[in-house]
Design a binder for this molecule. Structure first.
Ligand code: ATP
Ligand code: MG
Length: 419
């Protein structure tokens, strides 16, 4: 991608109406656009990041047997009345609308009811179980406050997976596999070290549920952590009995702000009983399916990465989710020979399958470097007159500031090895 053709431009200043660091940096760098409070556009650069995150999530969900599907946002009231989740008294985040044909629809803020209803068509015997299905889809929630940039919006992507099991053992096994997959996801997107599987209350069907909480000053949540023991607990399970079951004391736990990037939840038979999702067991008896639900917010995860890993110069993307791997910055572009040399390496890198953003603009070096730091692409490759004379490119690692001067051959070998 040539930066001169990129439809977005960086801004000199961060937007003054944003308080959240993630939104300030992402808007300033041209990744996102704020349409209104709680609703953002993902521009080409931002969408590239989200798609990388989504693909990591997909790979990990597929690896535990999840089958991808897609369900509509529009939801009929009938199903939600069966679970008592239609009324605004019981659920305070509904967006609803009137149908011209008569009746009401809601915009899905989660999909347990819908997915349970669908599966009634396909589950009849224990032989049909277990399985799991997921989607990466838009949720609508009428959040009271939306001040955390892309971490809490009124329209957002969610990966929501639902598991369907015949027995508690099947469910527990899947739940554990999902927990491990979640750890791999947060490791791969670069926030694993600060993300804790956090014990939360489990509702009626299990002792605990688990939230994935990333320690961060910008967090809206509070958790109680023991970093040494690698354990975190949320407020709901701070009781003495719970703590002793988890093998910690209150004194060992430190209060910390955190961001909930995901959660996993045993649903038991709550939804299957209300909606009528049953199967015949080995004895031919009808039983309700045991379910679980597993959510992740891709944009909230992206915001968390920006919040955690950026520095005073701008964003620092981990390679796994960076919009491009290389930021090729051409200097002295008024010199045709230097320009050709830069164009040449651009073509070669592309041919080698390296994702490159090519700053081919006529601008001063200082401006180009500042933009490059702000954009946060992992490797900056500088093509300059001096470099051309010496036959080398200056390669700067964004995260560490390490500088190396590499010949074309060395450069290509370097990007080859790490693939
Ligand atoms: P919170 O307590 O922060 O409101 P939640 O418990 O309502 O989150 P879930 O309903 O479990 O969240 O949603 C699953 C995941 O979707 C969350 O872990 C989070 O990553 C993401 N998510 C939830 N609400 C939002 C939102 N308003 N904007 C962006 N992402 C969200
Ligand atoms: Mg919520």
């Amino acid at each position: 991608m040539r930066q001169s053709r990129l439809l977005t431009k960086t801004k000199k200043e961060a937007p003054s109406d944003e308080v959240a660091k993630n939104a300030q940096l992402l808007i300033q760098a041209g990744y996102i656009y704020k349409n209104m409070a709680g609703a953002y556009s993902f521009l080409p650069l931002g969408l590239r990041v989200i798609e990388k995150i989504n693909n990591i999530i997909r790979e990990e969900m597929n690896s535990i047997g999840g089958q991808e599907m897609y369900m509509p946002s529009l939801q009929e009231d009938r199903l939600w009345k069966l679970t008592d989740r239609w009324s605004d008294e019981n659920v305070d985040v509904w967006f609803k609308s009137e149908l011209q044909a008569g009746g009401q629809v809601g915009f899905g803020w989660t999909h347990e009811e819908v997915v349970t209803d669908i599966m009634r068509q396909y589950v009849s015997s224990y032989k049909d179980l277990p399985f799991s299905a997921y989607q990466i889809q838009t949720k609508f929630r009428n959040e009271v406050r939306a001040k955390s940039g892309i971490m809490r919006t009124r329209e957002f992507w969610m990966k929501d997976l639902y598991s369907f099991c015949a027995t508690q053992e099947q469910h527990d096994e899947f739940y554990e596999a999902a927990a491990k997959a979640y750890e791999r996801i947060f490791d791969r997107i670069g926030i694993g070290e600060k993300t804790y599987k956090t014990f939360a209350s489990g509702g009626a069907f299990s002792k605990f549920s688990h939230e994935y909480q990333t320690l961060a000053e910008a967090g809206e949540d509070i958790v109680y952590v023991n970093e040494k023991k690698g354990i975190a607990i949320n407020e709901e399970v701070l009781g003495e009995a719970d703590l002793s079951e988890l093998g910690v004391t209150r004194e060992e736990l430190v209060e910390a702000k955190s961001i909930e990037v995901g959660n996993i939840f045993s649903l038991g038979t709550k939804f299957s009983e209300a909606i009528g999702l049953t199967f015949k067991d080995e004895k031919g008896e009808n039983r309700p399916v045991i379910m679980g639900s597993y959510g992740i917010g891709p944009a909230r995860s992206m915001g968390t990465v920006v919040d955690l890993l950026s520095d005073e110069k701008g964003i620092v993307w981990p390679e796994s989710i960076a919009p491009f791997r290389v930021h090729l910055v051409a200097l002295n572009t008024d010199d045709q020979e230097v320009k050709d040399w830069a164009d040449g390496i651009y073509t070669v890198l592309q041919k080698e399958g390296v994702e490159v953003l090519y700053d081919d603009r006529d601008a001063r070096p200082g401006e180009k470097f500042a933009d490059s730091d702000l954009l946060g692409i992992p490797y900056r490759v500088v093509a300059s007159r001096k470099g051309k004379e010496q036959g080398t490119f200056e390669v700067v690692t964004r995260k560490t500031g390490e500088v190396r001067n590499l010949s074309e051959e060395e450069l290509l070998a370097d990007f080859d090895d790490e693939e």
